[in-house]
Design a protein around this ligand. Sequence first.
Ligand SMILES: [Zn+2]
Ligand SMILES: [Zn+2]
Length: 279
Amino acid sequence: MTGLEDVTLDFLGTGGGRFVMTTQRRRTAGIRLTQGETRVHIDPGPGALVFSNWAGLSPQKLNGLIITHCHPDHYTDAEVFIEAMTDGTRAKQGVLAATKSVLRGADGIGPSISGYHQGLVRNLIEMYEGTSFSVGDLGITATEAKHSDPYSVGLRISTSQGGIGYTSDTGYFSGVSDNYTDLRVLVLGTMWPRGNPIHIHLNTDEALRILEESRPKACILTHFGMRMLNAGPEKEARFLQEETGIPVVAAIDGMKAHISDEITLLSPRKSDPPITIDA
Ligand SMILES: [Zn+2]
Ligand SMILES: [Zn+2]
């Protein structure tokens, strides 16, 4: 794949759900995806503004903002990011892609981005399952999710380094894995550990089913709830890797996944050696 642009995923936050969000036991700042000059932020929850700047990933350089559903661990910093992306509201630019619940409100929740802010961007996209759009050279398709916000979606993103999938928040359902076949990396929101059934989210047992069905080249777990953090996400990742033979890592706050011919994981602690995955 030499000559193609590298792709980077910055895990600015790896926490999920109400209790991890409100305690900030893990951050809830979302994920930054970068390919060359194209920069997209996915699910900017509480802390996204602060930790983007902390990581040197200025929201002023964003070309796109994606909100997969109307829960605060995914949307709270969206309006501030829109102001940053539009040069402090002076330039009508950038893509905002979000669900109906986020943009217009639905089923008693939302909207969570004001009409004023929606009017600032150049391209406003209301995402449903199957909606496709592009940001720079990235091709993005919204995938089906089954979550308490009925308009929730996941994502499938085609990059110069292969497909990247993001389940966002969903329960397991028959056919979920069909959205995530032939991927280089699957970012799997795994809220709770093995043996802990959880409604409208995934636990490690369901993550295992999705991995066995979709067989990505590599998998990164994120969006951890309290029970997962108590059980140890690294332990759960090791279990999934042993069961499937697919490289699986548990993200930590500030981790960078650099995707080129191989995948290199860089810890925010400079003393930690990089981990290279041949995938
Ligand atoms: Zn969530
Ligand atoms: Zn949610």
